[in-house]
Each structure stands twice: as C-alpha cells, then as structure tokens.
Design a protein around this ligand. Structure first.
Ligand SMILES: NC(=O)c1ccc[n+]([C@@H]2O[C@H](COP(=O)([O-])OP(=O)(O)OC[C@H]3O[C@@H](n4cnc5c(N)ncnc54)[C@H](O)[C@@H]3O)[C@@H](O)[C@H]2O)c1
Length: 269
C-alpha cells in the first residue's frame, strides 16, 4: 500500500530510542521528513542513523517535553507557515520505577513526575503546535498510550492513570482539530522489549523474595503466555507500521480512536 507520505514531515517526541525511534524510521521509509525530539542527548545520533537510510530530511533536537517554554521554542523553530510539518507523534514516556501493587506501596509523591512526562509533556506539545496544525490543511497527531490506560493496571498506578488521561485528551484534540482536517488518534501498545519495559520488570523483581526473583527474559515469557492471546511480544516496528497507516490518507476517516496493538491482550466484549 502506498501511504503517500513523501513531502510530509513528522515530529516524533521521544524518538531517540524504542517505539518512538521505530515510528520515526517507518515515516522515513515512507518518504517523510523526520524531526526527532528527545531528552536523551543521543537523539542526534539517532537522527544521523535514520538520515543515512532515507532520501528525506532528518533532524534531531534535545528537548525536555515537560518544559513548556522549550516546547514552544521548538514549535517556533520547526513550525510556521513555510514548514511542511503536518504530523506529530508523542511517544515520550516513563514509568515510576516502582512496583505499585498494592497502590499504597507507593507514595503520592511518586505520581507527579510520571504525570508530568506521560501526560503534561503531551499537553505541552499539543498546545505549542496547535496554531501550526490549524494552518496545515491536513495532518495528524498521534499519542502513544498503553493498554494500561484501559485496565486500571496495578503494576504502576500513576502510569496507568496518566495513560487513561492521554486517551481522554486525545479525543478532545480530535474533536477540536476536526474542522481543520487534522486527525488525532492513540495507539496502545501491549508488551514491547524496551528500556521502559525492562524498568517495569526491575521494579517488580526488586520486590520479590530471593526464591521468586526472575531474569527479565523468564519474567517476560511467563507474562506473555499468561496474558497475550497471540502468545508473542509486540515489536517497535508493529507500532511504527500502525503509526504511518494512521497518519496516511488510507486512514483519512479515522479520528478520535485508540488502536490496541497488543496481540489481543485487551478485548472489549
Ligand atoms: N514498551 C512497552 O511495552 C510499552 C507498552 C505500552 C506503552 N508504551 C509506551 O510507548 C512509549 C515509548 O516507550 P518505549 O517503551 O519505547 O520506552 P523507551 O524508554 O525506550 O523510550 C521512551 C523515550 O522517551 C524519552 N523521554 C522520556 N522523558 C522525556 C521527556 N521529558 N522529554 C522528551 N523525551 C523524553 C526517553 O528519553 C526515550 O527516548 C511510551 O509512551 C510508553 O509509555 C510502551
């Protein structure tokens, strides 16, 4: 399927590694220009690697998405009337690095940082680029949520709550941008082997007795067989492929939706 993204440009916040990086690669594969923004200084190396493999233009910016002034400054630099930027992906995310079951094992003070990155970073980006997106004529915004948003996950309550909030905010964004032909959607990944996923295992493992501790691979295999009907990991590329589809005209009537790319972990009956 020709997704016709040549000439388009995507900003991927949280694009230095993991799922955001794979999304950026898929946009580049489809001929789009790519802007990576990430708090990780390696973002420039990531941009260089993608750039080497594509005819499009690829740039990297160091950005803390929780710093609204910095996000607005990025919007001034890469947005504006002459810019071809017409897609935004918010893929930045963190966990609390604590195992939150039961919730009182955590402190209320564990919440703000998780909400800041997962929710307020996305809100900052939506606000800073709102005026630019209204001028695009056609475009899309994608939020990377999580299946945790739909299940009140006990693993990391502030993460789960932040992701539920982002799905809700995405629907507001979809409604408000619809008259500008800008669509907003969310993808909820299932289980993907990234730094973030390893931090979930690490938080769990630290709370186990010596007998119950597991290597990451064993923990992950057990978890996948227990909860995933398809019985396999999802991959960053799975999310990247769905992301470019949602940005493309093939999905021109898809807005306000959350797509679970999770091997069937979540099924609403
Ligand atoms: N890995 C999974 O199993 C899984 C499952 C569901 C949802 N997700 C979501 O997918 C997204 C990507 O996560 P990942 O698994 O690739 O993790 P990751 O840790 O590999 O990538 C997250 C990226 O976000 C960046 N980031 C963190 N704080 C930032 C900030 N303040 N400003 C800018 N960038 C920041 C990190 O530097 C990193 O490059 C996240 O939103 C995560 O919640 C992941």
């Amino acid at each position: 399927m020709d997704l016709a993204l040549t000439g388009d440009c995507v900003l991927v916040v949280g694009g230095a590694k993991g799922i955001g990086y794979a999304i950026a690669q898929q946009f580049a594969n489809q001929g789009a220009d790519v802007v990576l923004a990430d708090i990780d200084p390696n973002v420039n190396d990531s941009a260089t690697v993608i750039d080497a493999d594509t005819t499009g233009n690829v740039r990297g910016f160091i950005l803390d998405a929780t710093d609204y002034a910095a996000v607005k400054s990025l919007a001034s630099e890469i947005g504006g009337e002459a810019s071809n930027l017409n897609h935004i992906v918010y893929a930045a995310g963190v966990g609390s690095n604590k195992f939150g079951f039961p919730f009182w094992e955590m402190e209320p003070s564990d919440w703000p940082f998780v909400l800041e990155v997962n929710l307020m970073g996305a809100v900052n980006v939506a606000h800073a680029f709102a005026s630019h997106m209204q001028q695009c004529g056609s475009g899309s915004i994608l939020f990377i949520a999580s299946i945790a948003a739909q299940m009140g996950s006990q693993t990391d309550p502030p993460y789960s709550a932040a992701k539920a909030a982002i799905v809700n905010f995405m629907q507001v964004v979809a409604k408000d941008f619809a008259r500008y032909n800008v669509r907003a959607n969310a993808i909820s990944p299932g289980m993907i082997q990234t730094t973030l996923n390893k931090s979930v295992w690490s938080a769990w493992n630290q709370r186990q007795t010596e007998d119950n501790k597991r290597e990451y691979e064993d923990w992950a295999d057990e978890k996948i067989s227990a909860i995933c009907p398809l019985g396999r990991w999802q991959t960053p590329d799975d999310i990247g492929k769905m992301a470019v589809f949602l940005a493309s005209q093939a999905a021109k009537n898809v807005t306000g939706q959350t797509v679970n790319v999770d091997g069937g972990i979540i099924m609403h009956s």
